[in-house]
Design a binder for this molecule. Structure first.
Ligand code: ADP
Ligand code: MG
Length: 319
């Protein structure tokens, strides 16, 4: 591996925005935007936990940005910049680095962000650790919080749920499926960075689905002091996910407990139904009403016949 400074110069300097001062200074310099709040989010990704050590470095890079951009999208923020912390094993190759940098570049170009700094250290083991902090902008005082859900609000999700969780099962060889979109979604999550900012003024509360649908609506409910009823038959799932959960019933709970979808779950007043339908058309994105907010402080999953499903598996927790 090349030395630390050559590495930064060769692979990361080409990704730097003006505010990053060519990655030659001690810090970046960003002028705050008038009338905007700075929205900040960080995620750490570790090989063996969030991705496989031998995954394509281009995908690892995209995912590292995607999981962060998804937090900003859920807050209604437009992404602007990021800083990148890396802890890399000595054995990492220049091919790995160049593919990793290409992945970052693709994501940057797609959503209009730039790299403004970071830190690079040697990992004492074979583990790769990637820490990304993203900075976005939202109209002052308008960030969509977890805490804004009101009793009677509708609950919506974007996209299809469960693709990534079943994609991980495919990646692990636990199930087989002809549908490449499963693995695709696990490896390359799609981020709602264009739709997210349009939810300001529409959504009352919002989060991204990283821990699982029930866990993430649970986070909104806890922050808002309310509960939720989610209708299982209304959760949008693809034909292949439907087929797999039929063939492998032991995994069917992943529909509500599987993480990594990076879709948005949000609540909105009933008066917003038309606006949400318009957004769905404008962005050519599935937005599905899956339940409503209740005053009882629990999250219930309701079957077609009205019975409550007992759901011990709520979502992914690290500890
Ligand atoms: P310090 O000694 O203060 O930690 P460094 O020598 O690590 O500074 O970093 C030098 C410059 O390179 C800084 O501008 C820093 O932001 C940038 N940098 C270091 N690592 C990365 C990285 N992984 N991605 C982007 N920029 C980086
Ligand atoms: Mg440093």
């Amino acid at each position: 591996m090349v030395g630390e400074f050559d590495l930064i110069k060769q692979y990361f300097k080409p990704l730097a925005g003006d505010e990053g001062l060519s990655l030659l200074d001690d810090a970046a310099c960003v002028s705050p935007e008038a009338g905007k709040d700075l929205i900040i989010s960080k995620d750490v990704l570790v090989s063996g936990v969030h991705f496989f050590r031998d995954d394509d470095p281009c995908d690892i890079a995209k995912k590292s940005l995607a999981v962060n951009l998804s937090d900003l999208a859920a807050k209604g923020a437009v992404p602007r910049y990021y800083v990148l912390g890396l802890s890399l094993p000595q054995t990492i190759s220049s091919d790995w680095l160049s593919s990793f940098a290409n992945g970052l570049k693709d994501m940057q170009d797609a959503c209009g962000i730039s790299l403004i700094g970071g830190d690079t250290t040697k990992s004492p083991t074979d583990t790769i650790t990637i820490s990304v902090t993203v900075f976005g902008a939202a109209k002052r005082g308008r960030m969509i919080k977890r805490s804004g859900a009101k009793v009677g609000d509708d609950i919506y999700v974007t996209g299809h749920i469960g693709l990534a969780a079943f994609g991980l099962l495919v990646r692990q060889g636990k199930v087989s499926s002809d549908d490449r979109s499963l693995l695709e979604r696990y490896l390359r999550p799609q981020v709602r960075y264009e739709l997210g900012p349009k939810l300001i003024g529409v959504a009352s509360a919002s989060a991204d689905i990283s821990d699982g649908l029930l866990a993430d609506i649970g986070h909104i409910c806890a922050a808002s002091g309310v509960g939720a009823k989610i209708s299982l038959p209304d959760i949008p799932i693809s034909e292949s996910v439907k087929a797999i959960s039929k063939s492998y019933p032991k995994y069917s709970s992943l529909l509500w407990s599987g993480g990594d979808d990076y879709e948005i779950i949000f609540t909105a007043n009933r008066t917003m139904r038309q606006a949400i339908s318009n957004l769905s058309n404008d962005f050519n994105t599935l937005i599905t009403r899956v339940g409503h907010i209740t005053s009882e402080k629990s999250v219930l999953l309701i079957q077609e016949n009205g019975d409550v499903i007992d759901t011990p598996e709520k979502g992914y927790m690290h500890f």
